[in-house]
Design a protein around this ligand. Sequence first.
Ligand SMILES: [Zn+2]
Length: 151
Amino acid sequence: MFGNLFGKKKQPKTQCSICKSLLEYKEGFALTTSQVVVSKEYWDNKMVEPETMVYTTNHFKKKDENATKMRGIIFEKTAEKEHTWLTCDTCIKQFDVDIEQAVSFAEEWWKNSGQVDMPHTGKASDHLAPAAYDKMRTYAMMDAGASKIRL
Ligand SMILES: [Zn+2]
């Protein structure tokens, strides 16, 4: 029975936590939520995705307070994530992290079905100093994506 379950089972796959592209077994780079949220480049991309673009446009072009508030909420929802992120080759470029470490934690992620004992795993607010957290929240809410939309 186990031979059947494990022997013939196809290699597991997963999606990049950011762009949803497919990752094959042992591929990818593992990141913690705090590593993700301190990247300005991540926010510049995130705030011009199809789901967030309307808030970004209204924030910059109409000075719409609700849109600004939504951008703050998007930051908070992201910062609350407790899971380990697994990114593809393209998305990892947005982050200034130790690549070797991100690769070895990704391998561990695959071996242990998504469980990784990575330092600083969990909500960003548990690991970032309040000033650093607020600085990134302000960036995501007020400035992110500005260079990518026509003002
Ligand atoms: Zn990706």
